[in-house]
Design a protein around this ligand. Sequence first.
Ligand SMILES: [Zn+2]
Length: 79
Amino acid sequence: MKTKVGRMPCETCSTEVVVKKNEHGTLSYRCDECDAAPYARVGTGQHDKWSAKLGTATQPAPQEDPKPAPKTGGHPLFG
Ligand SMILES: [Zn+2]
């Protein structure tokens, strides 16, 4: 199963293409303009290059876990 990762210019003709990722993390796209259908396996320079173009890091970004703000209300008798 492939999931859409993002868009980047085709490496051959610079037409914008949709890049997909399969279950192994391999990135690939199919260019309608020039019929190029390259792919980039994880751990290769190609993969790193595509990831940079797509603006997605190989590692998922750490998610911020917003904690509820502590209540700063004063004492009921002195507040
Ligand atoms: Zn192309």
